[in-house]
Ligand binder design. Structure first.
Ligand code: GLN
Length: 454
């Protein structure tokens, strides 16, 4: 009953930017027709999916929740969304998100905050953040507005919102899902993945979304494994690594308790626990907040008022003025902050001091994980250092916001598959997530470990 949401309540969540019921109905009708004709149903026949507004959808407005893309209607379909439609799914609508996927609370959207359907049990009525950047996806799935949604994860944007709203979400190995037609944030990190109620639904959705795509130069030329069929909650013989550096200063007791609970569940399922060390963990967040803005500043150079979305052309203005006016008006403050940081760390005088250093750190972090795989098969950590915070609580303090990504960013830098599954509730009745990080291409191991503890 807790999950029955009235239409008015559903609208108040502000999870959807565009509603496309006709698309979902067409998929459902096609599924009915196939069933009546006795045909074998496609894996997602008639399933209504919410699409994060970072995926270009042909004929349907796509904005990345930025004013600069208002009115942009793609003439092409992203590979990931096309794969879902080919598997029989239909689109319920486009989901709100942090602008250009930059944020951890969905508060950087140009189209209003998304609200989490959860409330604290202390009687306070504060609206809580659904996490970000895939906050429309997490809120919609948690409120049961759709059985599954797409997300993208550059530094945690599938996993942290999943953790905040008590759902599951997996970021596959970098390269599993094509980036073609997905609006770019930081290309060396961006990965699509599913967000759903449970691990099994994530496996089913990921199978449909993933696959080699010649249109993405970093797409992995590999078959998509049968993850759903391979699901097993039996972890006999599995070695679960606990990275000691994730026990960060000031981590709330509840998060530590959640982690211990996760360890106990893993043991019950047959796993053995080993302590491992990932010595460069503390450098991951600063490295990420150099590399991601650097790539973003380059990717976002294309929004010039000429090719997409809005154009601000002051009377008598020249080309430079048009660029400046369009970008000043079109980008939100967090996006501008990232562009400023990115252009600074890439500039001639500072490149070696920041960008080159961050790239070296990235290599060291990847090596930390490689060394860990000598003694364990998956890693178990909390997904985020806190439960959902209230809207407005961190929005004035970018550093506090960035710190929320401390556990999700390292695996992103290393391109590893990682998942968040619900781990229980805190004292205020809010969901907490446990993160499982896997070896490259071992989504199966990650999903199985997730199944054992969900
Ligand atoms: N919160 C992180 C950021 O703001 C991660 C975002 C993401 O994964 N898209 O960059």
């Amino acid at each position: 009953d807790a999950f029955i949401v009235k239409v008015s309540q559903a609208k108040a969540l502000n999870a959807f930017l565009v509603e496309t019921p006709e698309h979902a109905i067409a998929a459902a009708t096609a599924a009915d027709t196939a069933r009546e004709a006795g045909e074998t149903l496609k894996p997602l026949a008639g399933v209504p999916i919410g699409m994060k507004d970072l995926f270009c959808t042909k004929g349907v407005t796509t904005t990345a929740a930025s004013h600069i893309l208002e009115g942009f209607t793609p003439t092409y379909e992203s590979t990931v969304s096309q794969n879902l439609w080919d598997a029989g799914a239909g689109m319920l609508g486009k989901l709100n998100m942090d602008q250009f996927a930059m944020g951890s609370s969905n508060e950087t959207s140009a189209f209003g905050n998304v609200i989490s359907p959860w409330k604290r049990n202390d009687g306070g009525n504060a609206s809580l953040a659904p996490g970000g950047s895939s906050g429309g996806s997490s809120s919609a799935v948690a409120a049961r507005l759709c059985p599954g949604a797409t997300g993208t994860d550059t530094g945690g944007s599938i996993r942290q919102p999943a953790a905040f709203t008590g759902i599951s979400g997996i970021k596959p190995t970098y390269g599993r899902c094509s980036r073609w037609g997905t609006i770019a944030f930081a290309s060396s990190l961006d990965q699509a993945g599913p967000m759903a109620r449970d691990v099994k639904d994530c496996a089913i959705l990921l199978e449909a979304m993933a696959g080699f795509d010649a249109k993405d130069g970093t797409s992995l030329q590999l078959d998509v494994p049968k993850w759903e069929a391979g699901l097993s909650g039996n972890l006999n013989g599995l070695r679960v690594g606990i990275p000691k550096e994730y026990r960060v200063d000031g981590m709330p007791e509840e998060i530590e308790a959640l982690w211990q609970q996760g360890i106990a569940w893993m043991k019950d399922a047959g796993a053995t626990i080993v302590e491992v060390s990932l010595p460069h963990t503390k450098y991951a967040l600063p490295a990420y907040y150099i590399i991601a803005p650097a790539e973003a500043s380059s990717n976002l150079a294309r929004y010039d008022g000429v090719r997409y979305g809005i154009r601000d052309l002051p009377t008598g203005a020249g080309l430079q003025d048009m660029y400046a006016a369009t970008r000043a008006d079109g980008f939100g403050p967090e996006v501008k902050r990232r562009i400023m940081i990115g252009t600074y760390v890439l500039s001639a005088g500072f490149y070696d001091a920041y960008y080159t250093q961050a790239q070296k750190v990235r290599t060291l972090i990847a090596r930390d994980f490689e060394r860990a795989w000598e003694t364990c098969d998956v890693l178990l950590t909390p997904t985020a250092p806190s439960a959902a915070f209230a809207l407005g609580e961190k929005s004035a303090d970018p550093i506090a916001m960035y710190l929320n990504d401390v556990f999700t960013v390292p695996s992103s830098l290393a391109g590893l598959p990682a998942m968040s599954v619900p781990g229980g509730l805190d004292k205020q009745g809010l969901p907490l997530g446990l993160q499982i990080i896997g070896k490259p291409l071992d989504e199966q191991g990650v999903l199985n470990a997730g199944l054992a503890i969900e």
